[in-house]
Structures are given as C-alpha cells and as structure tokens.
Design a protein around this ligand. Sequence first.
Ligand SMILES: Cc1cc2nc3c(=O)[nH]c(=O)nc-3n(C[C@H](O)[C@H](O)[C@H](O)COP(=O)(O)OP(=O)(O)OC[C@H]3O[C@@H](n4cnc5c(N)ncnc54)[C@H](O)[C@@H]3O)c2cc1C
Length: 378
Amino acid sequence: MDFALGSDVEAFRMEVKDVIASTFTEDDHRRQHESGTFTSWPLYRALAERGFLERAVPGLGKGDPIELYVLFSELEKAGAPYESLAVTLCVAGIVNHVGTDDQRHRILPGLLSGEHTAALGYSEANSGSDVASIRTRAARSPDGGWVINGAKMWTTMAHVADWVLLLTRTDLDAPKHKGLTMFVLPLKTPGISVEPVWTMGDERTNATFYDDVRVGDDCVLGEVNGGWKVMTVGLSLERGVAGETNSGPTLLRHFHDWAERTNVLADSRVREKMARVAIDNEVTKLLTQRSAWIAGSGGMPTTEGAMTKLFANEAFQRAARWFQEAAGPEGLLRFDETDAAGDGWLEYEVRRATVLPIRGGTTEINRNVIARRHLGLP
Ligand SMILES: Cc1cc2nc3c(=O)[nH]c(=O)nc-3n(C[C@H](O)[C@H](O)[C@H](O)COP(=O)(O)OP(=O)(O)OC[C@H]3O[C@@H](n4cnc5c(N)ncnc54)[C@H](O)[C@@H]3O)c2cc1C
C-alpha cells in the first residue's frame, strides 16, 4: 500500500507552508505566548485570500478532509495558532449545515474571509464531559425573543472572537439531551461578560457570564430543543483531523538540534528515545490520516478520532517529558532564557502536553468510546 499523499495535496501543503512563512513571524510567536491569545488575523486573512478557509470548511468547501489535515498539520508544526481557526471553521460548517439562509448570509462571509472568529460556549463549571447536563437557561420573553442567563467555563477565545455558539437549556422538564437549544450570537451582545482563565500551557481561556442577554429568534441555530442534534453535527464535522496531533515532529526537531549542539546525541540511550518518538510520530500521523481518509470517504470517524487523540496526546506527553528529563536543568528554562534547551520549546511543550488530554474530550472519555464502540465492552 502506498501511504504517500497525492501530488496535488503536496502542492497544497507547499502553498500553506508558504503563506505561514510569509505571514507568521517570530514576533507573532512571542506575542501569542505573552498574551495567551493564540490567534493571528493576518495569517487567517492570507489563508482566506487564497481561498483555503472556504475550501477547508467541512461540507461547504470543495477541499477534502485530507486538505484539512494538511492545513492544520502545517500550522501546528510551525507553532502558528490553529485552535481558534479550527473552531471558526467548524462553526462555519455547522452554520452552513443547520443555519437559515439569513444566518448563512450574516455569519459566513466574516468567518470565511478571516475577519471574524468564533468561540464554543458548551462547557460549564460542572458540565464538561457530561455536557448535556448544562444549566445555562434560555427562556422565552413576553416580547417573543429569548432571555439567556447562566455561566460558561472554558470559552476559549471569547475575549477576541466575534461569535459564540452557545448551548442552552430551554426545556427543564424534558430528558437532559432533549431540552437543549443552540444559539449563535455576537459576543458583543449586551449582558455578556468575559473573565480570563490562565492555563499552564500559556493559553488564555475564559469564564463567560450571561446576565439577561436578550436575543431574537434569528439567533436560534437549528430547532428549539434540537440543540443536541446541532452538537452532533458539530462533532461529525470535527472529523478528528483538525489539530493537536501534529506537534511531535517539531518537538523531535527542537530536541535533536539541541542534542546535536551539546553532544548529548552521542549517548545511545538518548538516540533510542528519539527513535521511539519518531516511531510514535509516524503512528500518530497515520492514525490522523486514517480519520481524514474515513471522513473523506463519507464516513464518520468517531472511534478512530478517539483513538487518534488518545494515542497522540499520550505519545506527545511521553516524548515531552523524556526530552525534558534528558535535557536536565536546561530543559526547565523558558523561551528567551539563556541556554534554554530547544530555545525554550522543551519546557513549554511539557506544560502544553498536560493540557491537551483535557480539552476537546478527555483521555478517559476517549477510552470509554473505544471500549464501548471498538472493543464491545459494556
Ligand atoms: C484549555 C482548555 C480549553 C477549553 N476550551 C473549551 C472551549 O473553547 N469551549 C468549551 O465549551 N469547552 C472547552 N474546554 C472544556 C473541555 O472540553 C472540558 O474541560 C472537558 O470536556 C472535561 O470536562 P470537565 O473539565 O468538566 O471535567 P469533568 O468532565 O468533570 O472530568 C473530570 C475528570 O473525570 C473524568 N471523567 C468524567 N466523566 C467520566 C466518565 N464517564 N468515565 C470516566 N472518567 C470520567 C474526566 O476524564 C476527568 O479526568 C476547554 C478545556 C480546557 C482545559
């Protein structure tokens, strides 16, 4: 079997690399780590100008999920911000799939031109893995619109995004999956406030509060009490390919360059660890490509996506810890500190690797999915 990607996909990869190299600078990199805001409008606009954003939106663009995989793989390998773009393209896909003509007309052009971004307001302080138990309430108001009250946790990018996809409870008596409604509304709507939450992976996320937020029916996405169905559409569009499985090769390169310079590479035990990481990186790549391939063939890689994230997160965490240990005290130094191993990347990736297995579905939940759907366990 030939695992190589086709020449058109490789040409697409070169174009993406070109855009990243010409628009994402060292200063941008420093700024995103200092501010915790991992986004870059110039980069997104440049990708949009070449038509890459529209092309990558699942169900809308003519690109296939292999291109989506290549786009996010190159962004992640370059240390460029990809999370906010992944969410934005997913929201664009959902609006395109279940939105009204008016919503498509109002929301999609900004998202696809790289001018606007979107945030996901699903999780709450007590509802993450079990997201259907959320309590943020949307109630009919006498004037015919809706009044939203509640608090969300981990609304990443809410402090800079334009739109939020907000999961609310609209029927208190219905079973928990059936009384939910999804809204899509501007984050500037009066009554919304945003407070920072800092993560150990440098990235800022947010707690968001909704106090008597008044919106019209034009903000309901999908059917009233059909919010779980919209969530399912969103999950199907994620397709297990948009990011967070591609950092291993860059970590290995940073470690290799440092080990070569400091002669640590002469130690055969270190070379063996590097070989193991290289093998894990290859397995991760193939698992990610398998998810993309299943999605590209019309399937829904739920179990395969869980396998990919589980393996990728654990392998990356293992590699980051090995390399930091091998680097000794220099592995504890941060970006911009003299003698930092891998210019600070080794220290940073250990912190980031701790966060990855939580967001977007935890390791335990992914194990449950695999146990039930793949292994047939009760
Ligand atoms: C940096 C970051 C960014 C995030 N960004 C967003 C965002 O933009 N939008 C958004 O809506 N959410 C976001 N999240 C939320 C994320 O999806 C949740 O944190 C995640 O789903 C886990 O939910 P929780 O934090 O409530 O933990 P819990 O669900 O309370 O889980 C706590 C622990 O119990 C385990 N556990 C829970 N249920 C089970 C079970 N059934 N079987 C076995 N073990 C179980 C979990 O694996 C975990 O170890 C983000 C989270 C982080 C950390």
